[in-house]
Design a protein. Structure first.
Length: 430
């Protein structure tokens, strides 16, 4: 495909990676949400960074905030490895020290980092989120904006009205593809004309020319409401005051991507959503494929590293394994993700599970529909599932209400509303 925009050095990728991630607790308790592992060897942030790198975006800023340590360490691997190898850079931006406060929203982060973002002559700002599972060639997206002579563009996807109701931003788009209204998480989404039951969902990927970007930041600052998100402040201002193109994800073409994978998008905002994406990766033909050679999924290099190892296993069916994973004799693993450095002991059965990094599963255990965070040791012979949880397990709704009230929560297992048992990082079985 020919691209109208040839000099991608004039495009700056801005990855918003500072959300609290409270709806995916306890996985976000000790790490930023974009640092949560996915697919046995990657982090959530890797997916969007891979899209940017594969799109030849040479300048990328990742905005971090709460619990950023593991995310920063991970991103340093990009700075010293992948990006450097490709002649690109990935730079971490945190709240300015002189302010001595956190960002109050993604819009506030752009405003507070204004001088840094505007310092290098960028002509187009590509603002994206760090926790989305999607493949998109941003060169095609930007080209469409330039060809339409638009001031900005935003990616959308047609979804069932029931899926968007109260959950997603919904766009109303003119026949000439101009966005004229955006409603944030409406209770009654407007159906697409001629396609009842479906609406245009905002996917929170924005391309904005420099002058409208500056004017948008001026508006955010003048509103004196730093807690308002970009989708409730800056983007509605753009739609009302500029020409904003709606870009359908379905028309974006990725090299090597099968027809069934084109247009796939998943949010990972809840335990259930993140779990379902991981389970999907185990399918024979997943709608999101980590193995495409023409559109690779990058991650920070790990040294030293060894291949996964299997002894005389009993059976493996639709499973994903990370490097350094070990399965001992007579192990059965079904429809599960076994991440880097994890060991599954002799005679154990693992079904519909996600084992994160450096988990030790004892001998003759049986795990079903369980997420085990890193550095957990599971005793020999333990049987565990949502029907057989540890004695101190709490319901997600109870834990979430305590978090919202600012009350402390203990590092105990959590049973999600969708019936998934989550063992938090470092939990010790009594």
């Amino acid at each position: 495909m020919e691209y109208l925009i040839l000099d991608t050095s004039k495009v700056q990728g801005v990855v918003c990676a500072g959300g609290d991630g409270t709806r995916i607790e306890p996985l976000s308790r000790f790490r930023a949400k974009p640092a949560i592992p996915i697919g046995g060897n990657n982090r959530l942030v890797d997916i969007m960074l891979s899209n940017l790198l594969n799109s030849s975006i040479t300048h990328v800023h990742v905005i971090v905030q709460r619990r950023p340590q593991s995310l920063i360490r991970h991103l340093e691997g990009y700075a010293n490895g992948v990006a450097q190898m490709r002649g690109q850079y990935v730079r971490v931006l945190a709240p300015p020290k002189e302010d001595d406060r956190f960002f109050l929203s993604d819009a506030d982060s752009l405003l507070q980092l204004r001088s840094t973002l505007l310092s290098n002559g960028t002509e187009i700002f590509l603002v994206v989120m760090a926790d989305q599972v999607v493949k998109v060639d941003f060169r095609q997206f930007i080209t469409a904006m330039l060809q339409a002579d638009a001031d900005a563009a935003m990616v959308y996807r047609a979804v069932p009205v029931a899926e968007a109701r109260g959950q997603l931003g919904v766009l109303e788009i003119d026949p000439d593809d101009r966005v004229h209204i955006m409603r944030e998480k409406p209770d009654a989404p407007q159906s697409i004309p001629g396609r009842p039951g479906f609406c245009h969902a905002n996917l929170a990927m924005y391309a904005i020319r420099r002058q409208p970007f500056v004017q948008m930041l001026d508006h955010i600052g003048a509103s004196h409401q730093p807690e308002m998100t970009l989708s409730r402040s800056g983007i509605p201002w753009l739609i009302n005051n500029c020409r904003v193109l709606g870009y359908d994800l379905e028309i974006n073409s990725i090299p090597g991507v099968e027809a069934g994978e084109r247009g796939f998008f998943a949010d990972t905002g809840t335990i259930e959503a993140w779990y379902q994406v991981q389970m999907m990766l185990c399918d024979r033909q997943p709608p999101f494929n980590l193995y495409g050679r023409q559109w690779p999924m990058y991650t920070a290099p790990l040294w030293p590293i060894s291949p996964a190892k299997f002894d005389r296993v009993g059976g493996i069916d639709r499973a994903v394994f990370g490097p350094d994973a070990i399965c001992q004799d007579d192990v059965h693993v079904t429809h599960s993700v076994v991440s880097s450095g994890t060991v599954v002991g002799r005679g154990s059965v693992v079904a519909d599970c996600i084992l994160l990094n450096d988990v030790q599963v004892g001998s003759n255990c049986r795990l079903e529909r369980v997420v085990v965070d890193k550095e957990v040791v599971i005793p020999h012979g333990l049987q565990m599932s949502p029907r057989q949880p540890p004695w101190d397990t709490v319901k997600f709704a109870d834990m979430f209400s305590r978090l919202k009230a600012g009350e402390p929560v203990s590092n105990t297992p959590v049973l999600s509303e969708g019936g998934i048992l989550v063992i938090p990082k470092g939990y010790r079985f009594s």
